[in-house]
Design a protein around this ligand. Structure first.
Ligand code: NAP
Length: 350
């Protein structure tokens, strides 16, 4: 952490080697003329509390929070926004006079990506979400954020089916939604085809289709990259490769998982034959830009959207409406104008 008195804001996670946040966020600060440095804070879990105590006393504006601190950080904050509390995770911390407040902008970013004409785009992906039936695949951190905001947007006429490999997590999320009056039901990974007939939007919030190797602990890795979110996925797990061994590890996993990938695609294509042509497919994943689910949905005539817009929208929302709202207002900015400028800047670098 810097000791000089220039204001600082940064990304808090571990590890942070490949984060593009510092470049992307510094450009956004510069675009609105805020004299602050954007830093990368790679903090191991054991040092999280000490780090947060330090920044309370510093010239600290706030932080974007990423893996693995999004949930654990809550225990060390002074206050939580209502939605962040419901979601159970924080992606933005703001320092208000020495008090650290936690927010979560993932859900708002998701809704903005769907129904707001994003800067530089003529039209929104959808007009509105009121009364829609949604199939949400996944019940992890991102799914909770999306579900809480979706529930609000679809209203009492809408309906949500939640499908997750681990049923208990889906049921917990359904409990959270039904508590606030949303119609929510569970669907098993093997039974998606049975509910898709009346579904308006299918959303993938799992890591199925995500690029790269996934660390499974104890020196082993797997890959979900070849998988559609519409079918089950049990890829082979292999020992973690040496440096530079990513391609050969992916090749081994693909070969060892061949029959499982075929089964996944059989499920996925069967579901696509049962889905009405008007159903839209949305993936939270942005790497790759087109996951197997989106590629198959597009090839079968459906409207599709990846998670890039959400990623930029949640960052622009956190920047303008949470972390820097006071600085922007003090500088005489109209906040919507600042949002447009910040969004465009981030998008040009993303
Ligand atoms: P997470 O909390 O780890 O949740 C992972 C989800 O994937 C869980 O529902 C998990 O099911 C499911 N899953 C993992 N492996 C699976 C398998 N083999 N078969 C079936 N389901 C499996 O992760 P997250 O933070 O929610 O992130 C999920 C995805 O959203 C990531 O790809 C992330 O990059 C993306 N994301 C995008 C944005 C954006 O701005 N566009 C924002 C946040 C997240 P179980 O519960 O059964 O383990």
């Amino acid at each position: 952490m810097s000791n000089f008195q220039k204001k600082v804001i940064g990304i808090l996670g571990y590890p942070l080697e490949h984060s593009i946040s510092p470049v992307f966020q510094q450009a956004a600060l510069d675009s609105v003329g805020i004299a602050a440095n954007y830093e990368a804070w790679s903090v191991i879990p054991e040092n999280l509390q000490g780090f947060l105590d330090d920044i309370r006393r510093n010239n600290f504006i706030g932080a974007n929070v990423t893996i693995p601190h999004k949930e654990t950080v809550i225990g060390y904050l002074d206050d939580l926004d209502t939605n962040a509390e419901k979601i159970g995770s924080v992606n933005t911390i703001v320092n208000r006079d020495g008090r650290l407040i936690g927010y979560n902008t993932d859900g708002q970013g998701f809704i903005d990506m769907l129904i707001k004409p994003l800067p530089g785009h003529q039209e929104a992906f959808l007009d509105n979400l009121a009364g829609m039936s949604i199939l949400l695949i996944g019940a992890g951190g991102a799914a909770r954020a999306v579900a809480v905001f979706l529930a609000d947007a679809i209203g009492s006429e809408g309906r949500v089916f939640i499908c997750n490999r681990t049923k208990g997590k889906a049921l917990e999320l359904i409990g959270l939604l039904t508590e606030s009056g949303t119609r929510a039901e569970y669907v098993d990974e093997l039974d998606i085809a049975e509910v898709v007939e009346g579904i308006d939007i299918i959303v993938n919030s799992t890591t199925k289709g995500q690029s790269g190797l996934r660390i499974m602990g104890e020196g082993s890795v797997t890959s979900l990259e070849p998988y559609s979110a519409l079918g089950p996925a049990s890829p082979a797990v292999i020992p973690e490769p040496e440096m530079e061994g990513t391609s050969s590890a992916k090749s081994s996993i693909f070969q060892l998982s061949h029959s499982d990938i075929l089964r996944n695609f059989e499920f996925s294509s069967k579901i696509l034959t049962a889905v009405p042509a008007s159903t839209c497919f949305v993936d939270l994943i942005y790497s790759p830009l087109e996951t197997p689910m989106l590629a198959q949905a597009r090839a079968s005539g459906h409207l599709t959207l990846n998670g890039r817009g959400m990623n930029i929208a949640q960052a622009a929302d956190a920047f303008v409406y949470k972390a820097l709202i006071q600085h922007l207002t003090d500088s005489g900015f109209d906040l919507e104008e600042a949002y447009q400028r910040v969004f465009r800047t981030m998008e040009s670098i993303w």
